[in-house]
Design a protein around this ligand. Structure first.
Ligand code: ZN
Length: 164
């Protein structure tokens, strides 16, 4: 099956705030959520906001656990402040001194989002920042899900990003 050529649009300020959070936790891992919307026509993704790990998030070298209560409140706040256009798109996280590729655990996370009906994101996004402080390599993925009769087919696609 052919994958769709979808672009991801993200502002410099959103990228900068992700890099700043990545720097502040280095060399521990950090991450959070992506907020925005999918364009109805092109299916392109527009990231309008990111949510950080939250004040009670706990960080380790190879993992982190976010402050879920904080993140839930932030999702609601951003949704209201954008007149209900920006919703949950997926996750972002760092691989300090690590590879710019998704781990098996990262793939599991994407599958869980895609197959969790309440999340309402059949084709979720994952943004990864890998490398060193102030020298992050940023990569973007989408787990594209297509329905085929009674089953779903998923394809992991590397997205090209455009900044604005
Ligand atoms: Zn990872």
């Amino acid at each position: 099956m052919r994958t769709r050529n979808i672009k991801i649009w993200i502002s410099d300020s959103v990228l900068d705030s992700m890099r700043a959070l990545a720097d502040s936790s280095f060399p521990q891992e950090t991450g959070g959520l992506l907020m925005g919307y999918f364009d109805d026509q092109s299916k392109d993704v527009v990231v309008t906001d990111i949510i950080g790990p939250g004040p009670k998030g706990s960080h380790k070298r190879m993992s982190f656990v976010p402050d879920y209560e904080f993140q839930e409140k932030e999702i609601a706040r951003i949704y209201e402040e954008t007149n209900r256009t920006s919703t949950y798109l997926g996750d972002w996280h760092t691989h300090p001194k690590g590879h710019a590729s998704l781990s098996g655990q990262d793939l599991n996370t994407l599958c869980n989002i895609a197959f969790y009906p309440k999340a309402r994101v059949p084709s979720p996004i994952m943004v990864l920042l890998a490398g060193n402080k102030a020298q992050w390599q940023v990569r973007f993925w989408q787990l594209q899900t297509t329905r085929r009769f009674f089953w779903k087919k998923t394809t992991l696609v590397n997205l090209n990003s455009h900044t604005f």
